[in-house]
Design a protein. Sequence first.
Length: 243
Amino acid sequence: MKAVVTGHSKGLGAAIASALLERGIPVMGISRRANSDLAQRHGEQLTEVELDLAHGASVAHWLTCGDLSRWLADADTALLINNAGVVTPVAPPGKQGAAAVALAVSINVAAPLIMADAFVSATQHMPDRRIVHISSGAARKAYAGWSVYCATKAALDHHARAMIEDAVPNLRVCALAPGVIDTDMQTTLRGSSQDNFPSLPRFEALKRDGGLTSPEDCAARLVPYVLSDAFGQAATADLRDIG
């Protein structure tokens, strides 16, 4: 097996990549920055691609070079984890800004859809290939001030549902909400104003009261589920509901 993880340089992506590598699964990490800690610990098992997933043209150009297909060519099974994402803009319409909205859609929606298409094309010979979209509870519950994030994550949920309808042979797909993780995204949320994000007190309380899951603890539950026979039985799932 080989695994592709986007946004592997920090946070949940780094924890997922580490959990896979510790199982002996080679990982291709795609991010704007390298992860020197992972590289030092895992050496040749980690292949890093420094790529800005916000720039669709750059992603498309990299894919035409064939690096992804060549790296996956000798694998019998493969996994794509679309983890990279941004939580901003955190504001109601009229205060979000065109650049911030465009960036969120590019990273949260366009990049995962592009990667999914390229991954399926590159793994046609494999008897088992799996795609994970890292979704969010915000895809399924609306929050004031968070309309862009809610919409982009909901797009991944529906993309997963539609891919299942496509019935691509040997492909399992799930948009998986990992729960509330103690990452830079939560720091960004807590740095917003309550005028822009009325749910701010709830997220402040989660941090204060120890209600956030560490990236490592989340990855320790997520990776076994993704590798299990149960994965892909539902188009969308919440890790908190999985025993």
